[in-house]
Each structure stands twice: as structure tokens, then as C-alpha cells.
Design a protein around this ligand. Structure first.
Ligand code: GTP
Ligand code: MG
Length: 195
């Protein structure tokens, strides 16, 4: 999908700073460095709308990307980065929770996990949290270009087992390098947002 008009509209830490246009919002969440910003760039066929970084913990606010005035992508602070202080981590946690619990525009969350690894305790807790609040969730396993084809089934099972994925939630393999998974992810976004 191509959009001519994409803006990084605003960074927000609290509710007063959320956008006031009533557009559907799709959230990207996951550990630091898992590839949230890269996924946004890939979905939008842009090199660097969302700032990517090899330094984890770069994104520290809710970043709203206005997509052609049709929807927002909301890039949230990555969790589970050890070098971030406990206090900062608690602050991030609060920012995300407030948003997820109050935001009626929020139409679903993409939870990104690394296709190469067993999901962490943080990933499991996040997934659990989303399910507890009955938030529609898509699990996206990123960086699939880094695993061999014959490892995929095993990795898929590992991820599904560790997260205790519910039957209604899908798992999509994704790569911002090759574009794999691009269409499936867009399909889910369109279904969720009605765009
Ligand atoms: P924070 O903002 O710190 O939470 O990180 P993030 O989740 O936004 O990760 P980001 O998109 O900045 O990517 C982190 C690193 O992983 C960068 O060096 C990316 O180039 C790399 N990366 C992201 N996605 C992929 C992928 O699909 N394949 C490969 N090979 N590398 C990727
Ligand atoms: Mg980021």
C-alpha cells in the first residue's frame, strides 16, 4: 500500500497530548530493538519515517504517525531494555497502560517478537496483559530473514507455546529486509481499522 501523505504528527507522554482527530489507531509494541520502527517504515515503503536505531531504547514516547489522515500508527517505547533505569521503565509502563486502557480510537496491537528467539518473560507479560483487557492482538515475528526456512516451524511452535497464544490470534513472520509478511500485516490492519 502506498500513501502520499505521512507525518510523524506528535510525540505524547500523557493523555492531553494525544491527537484530537478521531482516526483509528494501531499500536506497535515489543521489546527494544525488535524492529518496531523498521516495521512502520517497511509498511509505508519509506526508508526513515520512523527513526530506527541500533541503540535500543531510543523511542521513549508514544509516537503517532498520521497515515494519509486515515489512521495512526502508534510506536510505543520498547520494553525490556536493561540499561534503562527502573524508574524510566516504570514511567514507560504507565504511559503505555494509560493509553491502552483509555483510548477508544485504539483498534488493535501488534506485538512484535524476535523470530530467532524464545519470547521473553516481558513478551509473555505483555501478551497476557493484552488478552486480559481483551485487546485484539497480532503477533508479528520479526527478522525472519535471519533464520533458515527449515527452522520456521520450530520457531513458530516455540513462540506460540511460550506466549500461550490463543486460537483467535495469528502469528505472522515478518522481515523489514525482504518485505515478507507485508501484505498479511496490512490485511490485519485494514480489518481492524476499517480503512
Ligand atoms: P526501539 O525503538 O529501541 O524500541 O527499537 P525498535 O523496536 O524500533 O527497533 P528498530 O526498528 O530501530 O530496529 C532495531 C535494529 O534491528 C536495527 O538495526 C534494524 O536495522 C534491525 N532490524 C529491524 N527489523 C529487521 C529485520 O526484519 N531484519 C533484519 N535483518 N534486521 C532488522
Ligand atoms: Mg523504535
Amino acid at each position: 500500500m502506498q500513501f502520499s501523505q505521512i507525518d510523524m504528527e506528535m510525540s505524547a507522554v500523557d493523555e492531553k497530548q494525544y491527537p484530537t482527530k478521531h482516526l483509528p489507531e494501531i499500536v506497535l509494541s515489543g521489546r527494544s530493538n525488535v524492529g518496531k520502527s523498521s516495521l512502520i517504515n517497511t509498511l509505508l515503503s519509506r526508508k526513515s519515517i520512523a527513526r530506527t536505531s541500533s541503540t535500543p531504547g531510543k523511542t521513549q514516547t508514544l509516537n503517532f504517525y498520521n497515515i494519509a489522515s486515515k489512521l495512526y500508527f502508534v510506536d510505543v517505547p520498547g520494553y525490556g531494555y536493561a540499561k534503562v533505569s527502573k524508574k524510566q521503565r516504570e514511567q514507560f509502563g504507565k504511559i503505555i497502560e494509560t493509553y491502552l486502557q483509555t483510548r477508544s480510537e485504539m483498534k488493535g496491537v501488534m506485538l512484535l517478537v524476535d523470530a530467532r528467539h524464545t519470547p521473553t518473560e516481558d513478551d509473555f507479560n505483555m501478551y497476557n496483559y493484552l488478552k486480559y483487557y481483551e485487546i485484539d492482538t497480532l503477533v508479528v515475528a520479526t527478522k525472519v530473514d535471519k533464520i533458515k526456512r527449515n527452522q520456521r516451524d520450530k520457531q513458530a511452535r516455540l513462540i506460540m507455546d511460550k506466549l500461550q497464544l490463543e486460537p483467535e490470534d495469528n502469528l505472522i513472520f515478518f522481515s523489514s529486509e525482504t518485505g515478507e509478511g507485508h501484505d498479511d500485516v496490512w490485511q490485519w490492519i485494514q480489518t481492524q481499522s476499517g480503512v
